[in-house]
Design a protein around this ligand. Structure first.
Ligand SMILES: [Zn+2]
Ligand SMILES: [Zn+2]
Ligand SMILES: [Zn+2]
Length: 628
């Protein structure tokens, strides 16, 4: 297809055309989504409208290249062209009669002659060849190093041990506090055996690690490190002595500074284990295709291309909202350890099967440019927003951010459940740097007692990980589990400002040299108003007659409240007063429970309480088991 269109534009930027097409209106800016049917567009294209023929090609591409459209359904296909971002590829949404939706991007290649349609902006293209991919990464690093003041870091000391990749067979090197740039790897260990450093091979690792013994992911990380002009690489399984608990606790406790200090963190996002690697051929099924060539009035030829649109859904999962309809399902994003690695890194590049995605404290880029589109910006979940909030060091906001982090982190998978606090230790240290105060088993002392109001749809973890008042005592990483902390179910405006309990003392005992890592014990002494209630009926009929699991119960007061004269207790007959709470363990008869009032939300006048469970009869010890 070839045509010549006039390039002249009027002052409002509209395309001048001999006879305007009634169907597409020549894609003049209408300020709203343009909705058309494929039959309308096809007819206008046959009648000579070049704009409509481009739109028609978008459907042909969806049908012939992407196999997203059924030819027999052509008559029912509709197109939606939203007018969103200036200068970016035009989005053509395609819906079929079955409710299927996909979208394509129509654009001219960045740096080439632009098309005369204002809606058809420029697009950068994803690399196919590995060498070019590395060049993209080099350019991003250069830009960040030279023009991002917020990403600038003083040269950090090398981690205790690093891989020296300057010879064919890399070797471990003790850093002795030297300051040199290095890369770090974030990866899934996976189920297949992974090369590790142990006490009995530590000495050999300092001589050489045979190339052939490295997994594909490690080989690719070494290659990339070299290509970036760096000599050192940090990989957890090789640089930490895995069977030395003291070395492990000390080194894993340094994650915050290791990932922050790395020149760049290479994330093997789509590799489920060491075999998959970083540098893989890109999928060719959705390669861009040229659909229109034209010549502008000044004689310059231009080419309009089309490609499959990509939701970039990985980004939505960075932190909640968890209602995000398309969470990231890449192997690395589901892993607990990788969660803090991403947030701690100053520069983090994801090797996805489709493209590279870059995140630093100033920018978020991908090869295709979609993440830079104004309409794609999703606040406030980026690394930049994370560090901006940390930098503000204002307590309610810090703790609100911590709640979001915990909610997102707690459901990630951990091979060793006992790592629940160690794999979050680096982030806790970042919060401590922002004056969050004393850290206690995943909670902050300055946020007590309101931070006790978490809800876990999960079972108690075994063996011991944390005291029962900490969310870390629950095994939330089992699929189907979830965790809600205070800020999730109350917006900041309705944050309970009336505190109804007093923390007398709280403490945790660290189990290692990492003060924000594993703990072996903890206690909390809290005083407040107590209510006795009886659970009456489950709110919903439940198939499971054992009444095990998590569901709502209605409840009533067991007896007149003790005479505290609290303003929240209604001054009506209290035995009809209904409470609702969640039970995480089977309730025994009589279903009498003791609740400790924690806080009151001013807007709803609804007190929130912890349900306490008696540990053994006749002894005045209570164990918190749920929030209500
Ligand atoms: Zn038209
Ligand atoms: Zn940067
Ligand atoms: Zn992209």
């Amino acid at each position: 297809m070839s045509a010549s269109l006039p390039e002249s534009k009027n002052h409002s930027g509209e395309l001048q055309h001999q006879t305007k097409c009634k169907i597409c209106d020549d894609l003049q800016r209408v300020g709203q989504t343009l909705s058309l049917t494929l039959s309308q567009v096809s007819e206008a294209a046959t009648g000579g409208c070049q704009t409509c023929s481009i739109l028609k090609e978008s459907c042909t591409y969806a049908r012939d290249v992407l196999h997203e459209l059924d030819a027999e359904q052509d008559a029912q296909v509709s197109l939606q062209i939203p007018v969103v971002d200036d200068g970016f590829p035009m989005i053509v949404g395609i819906s079929d009669i079955d409710g299927g939706y996909s979208f394509n991007e129509v654009y001219t290649v960045s740096g080439c002659t632009k098309a005369p349609w204002l809606l058809i902006g420029e697009g950068s293209e994803r690399t196919i060849i590995t060498e070019k991919t590395i060049q993209v990464l080099r350019d991003w690093i250069d830009t960040c190093l030279t023009s991002h003041p917020a990403c600038a870091r003083q040269q950090k000391k090398l981690p205790t041990r690093v891989l020296d990749v300057s010879s064919h067979n890399p070797s471990l090197r003790a850093s002795h506090g030297d300051k040199e740039p290095y890369a770090a790897l974030s990866h899934c260990w996976g189920k297949s055996p992974l090369i590790q450093t142990h006490r009995d091979n530590l000495r050999d690792r300092f001589d050489a690690i045979p190339w052939k013994n490295l997994s594909k992911t490690f080989q690719d990380a070494v290659t990339t490190t070299r290509e970036l002009g760096l000599r050192y690489l940090w990989i957890d399984s090789l640089c930490i002595v895995q069977d030395d608990p003291e070395d492990w606790a000390r080194e894993s406790g340094k994650m915050a500074s290791i990932y922050e200090g790395a020149q760049v963190v290479l994330a093997a996002s789509d590799a489920k284990d060491g075999h998959d690697g970083l540098l893989r051929p890109r999928s060719g099924s959705a390669l861009p295709k040229s659909i229109f060539q034209g010549i502008k009035s000044n004689g310059n030829p231009y080419s309009i291309r089309i490609r499959k649109g990509d939701y970039h859904k990985w980004y939505g999962d960075a932190l909640p909202p968890r209602s995000q309809s398309s969470p990231d399902s890449s192997p690395l994003s589901t892993r607990g350890w990788a969660f803090q690695e991403r947030l701690l890194a100053t520069r983090y590049v994801q090797f996805r099967s489709e493209e590279l995605i870059w995140e630093c404290r100033s920018a978020l880029w991908c090869e295709c440019g979609a993440l830079t589109r104004p309409s794609q910006q999703r606040e406030p979940l980026s690394k930049k927003a994370f560090y901006d909030t940390l930098g503000s060091a204002i307590h309610p906001e810090l703790f609100s951010l911590w709640s979001k982090i915990v909610n997102a982190y707690a459901i990630k998978a951990l091979t060793n459940g006992g790592d629940v606090l160690p794999a979050l230790s680096g982030l806790a240290k970042q919060f401590q740097k922002s004056n969050a105060g004393t850290y206690l088993a995943g909670l902050w002392e300055a946020d007590f007692p309101l931070c006790l109001l978490w809800e876990a749809h999960a079972v108690k973890a075994s063996p011991y990980r944390a005291p029962s008042w900490s969310w870390a005592s629950m095994d939330t990483s089992i699929p189907g589990s979830s965790l809600l902390t205070e800020s999730t179910f109350e917006s900041k405006t309705s944050y309970p400002t009336t505190v109804l309990a007093t923390v007398e003392s709280v403490s945790c005992t660290s189990d290692s040299s990492d003060p924000t890592g594993r703990i072996s014990a903890g206690y909390l002494v809290i005083t407040g108003k107590i209510l006795d209630i009886i659970a009456t009926e489950p709110v919903d009929n439940h198939e499971d007659t054992s009444m095990q699991g998590w569901f709502d119960w209605d409840a009533r007061l067991a007896r007149q409240p003790r005479p505290y004269g609290s303003k929240w207790i209604p001054r009506r007959r209290v035995e009809n007063f209904t409470f609702r709470f969640h039970a995480d363990t089977p309730l025994s008869d009589p279903r009498e429970l003791t609740c400790l009032l924690i806080g009151e939300i001013p807007t709803s006048q609804a007190p929130r309480a912890l349900v306490l469970r008696k540990l053994c009869l006749g002894v005045a010890r209570w164990c918190m088991n749920a929030s209500a």
